[in-house]
Design a protein around this ligand. Structure first.
Ligand code: SF4
Ligand code: SF4
Length: 82
């Protein structure tokens, strides 16, 4: 589809669990930094192993903001040509 959505690429091995993506996403939707309101969810299914899972809820509109603010490459985006 040729709309403004960008494809998000998740790289869980690079995620450090900083939650910046959740904070920025929640601010987009609510105007506050409330991770529980984010469309991106960082979970730590492996307990203390340092491994994180990067998931998206149905609320995600593909805006790419989370990828833009991820400093570690846990979320990147494609289709930035426009
Ligand atoms: S995906 Fe990026 S911004 Fe989000 S928690 Fe992982 S390292 Fe942080
Ligand atoms: S793409 Fe946009 S709406 Fe989806 S999780 Fe990232 S910041 Fe939130």
């Amino acid at each position: 589809m040729g709309d403004s959505k960008r494809a998000l690429v998740v790289n869980p091995d690079s995620c450090v669990g900083c939650m910046t993506c959740m904070l920025r996403c929640s601010y987009k939707f609510t105007g506050t930094y409330c991770p529980a309101m984010a469309a991106v969810i960082i979970s730590n299914p492996e307990g203390d192993s340092g491994m994180f899972a990067v998931l998206f809820s149905e609320k995600c509109d593909g805006c790419g903001l989370c990828a833009a603010f991820c400093l570690y490459g846990g979320i990147t985006r494609t289709g930035e040509g426009g």
